[in-house]
Write a protein that binds this ligand. Sequence first.
Ligand SMILES: Cc1cc2nc3c(=O)[nH]c(=O)nc-3n(C[C@H](O)[C@H](O)[C@H](O)COP(=O)(O)OP(=O)(O)OC[C@H]3O[C@@H](n4cnc5c(N)ncnc54)[C@H](O)[C@@H]3O)c2cc1C
Length: 434
Amino acid sequence: MTQPKASTGQQPQRAAPSSDAYDVAIIGGGVVGLATAYHLSRAGRRTLLLERAELGSGCSGGNAGLAGPRYSMPLAAPGVPRTALRWMLDPESPLYIRPRLEPALVPWFWRFWRASRRAQVQRAIPLLRDMHRLTLKLIDEMHTREPLPCDLTHNGQLMVYGGDRGLAGGAADARWLQAHGIPSRLLDPPSLRRMLPPAAPDLAGAVHYTSDVHLNPSGFLTALADRARAAGAQIREQCAVEWIERRGRRIRGLATACGMVRAGEYVLAAGAWSPQLARQLDLRIPLQPAKGYSMTIDAPRDFPHLGMLLAEAKVAVSRLGAHLRFAGTLELAGMDHAINDRRVAAIRRAVRRYLPGVPQPPPTVAVWHGLRPLSPDTLPYLGRPRRYENLVVATGHSMIGLSLGPATGMLVTQILQGEPPAIDLRLLRADRHG
Ligand SMILES: Cc1cc2nc3c(=O)[nH]c(=O)nc-3n(C[C@H](O)[C@H](O)[C@H](O)COP(=O)(O)OP(=O)(O)OC[C@H]3O[C@@H](n4cnc5c(N)ncnc54)[C@H](O)[C@@H]3O)c2cc1C
């Protein structure tokens, strides 16, 4: 069977044949692992992906589906640590830290604080912008090849502000991003209501980031998995990696719930679960699981096909085909899967405030939750840690993993092919915190 060409348009350099059953084994079936399996298999590598539960069951399946260069400013940005300190003990604020004794939180915050300096953010913006743009290009290429079943919508994205202070901050962010070539336009209240008729009449305005997109994440994951399989990848669900066997500077195999797996190279893409696997390798990846929730209802027929952030409340709203999804909150509570009703209520309240005519999710609607892999500088870990010859780390995508995931899959593939990555990844070194 002829393999389709990789989407870089470059002829991939085939790796030396290995005696292992697979060239590459990927741990984790979220958007990062699946995008990696997709690109690797299309490049002709014998690829196996291992997922402990179902594909997308971590953080990737129920997120808000917003993607694009609007998210080029890291969450760790000037002024944010001060706001975060104010919010963190209020159980109904957008960012909450459940009081608990966890010594790892102290260095995590110290790094978050340091990463928020202007100079550091200034370095991160072009890198994130280029990754988001690469993602949009890759998604469009996939869609052109064969339409994606994920309600891909190119209407840009709105940052909607309730108050003048918020809007002034949003306009300043927009100017900062414009200086990096990320287009946007300011909407006054009448223009906002023309674009978004359900907007409350007293909102201050919005910034429209015109080059962003939104899509249904679960449909997108299904397409990635189907196309990776069609290109030869094997995907095993309900197959947790339990132990990583190593010798010296090489990983030798994975002891899994479905037997021993051996491959020439390994990719760690286990999202918020990555630190515990990394510890087996004496690697420090100091992620915090950051819980968020989403609720999905039938969309009112006339709700515009838009993705948006209700900015002060940090609640995302996206029209996904016939559905409307509300998503938000960031809760640092460890590997905890409990649904916190007060925080879910805060999402409902934000929707009532900004979009008063829009129906509330009925109490019977299922609340989805996901644990974001939140790194202290809110940037991914991406690359080969120095300690190992045959491992690539691809995790820590924090709030923007759907938007960075497809690009990550391509960049990991380039690293494994021995090609120079299309984007300078030095800021994302896998062992920068360990
Ligand atoms: C409410 C909410 C809204 C969001 N909205 C957006 C958005 O609009 N846009 C955006 O870009 N991002 C958004 N995000 C962030 C995004 O969802 C994450 O950054 C992204 O899903 C992370 O992907 P991942 O593949 O790294 O991790 P995951 O999706 O968590 O995947 C990791 C996988 O590894 C598996 N795994 C773990 N341990 C093992 C093991 N031992 N063996 C085998 N498999 C294992 C897990 O089961 C899991 O499926 C949102 C997140 C939340 C919570």
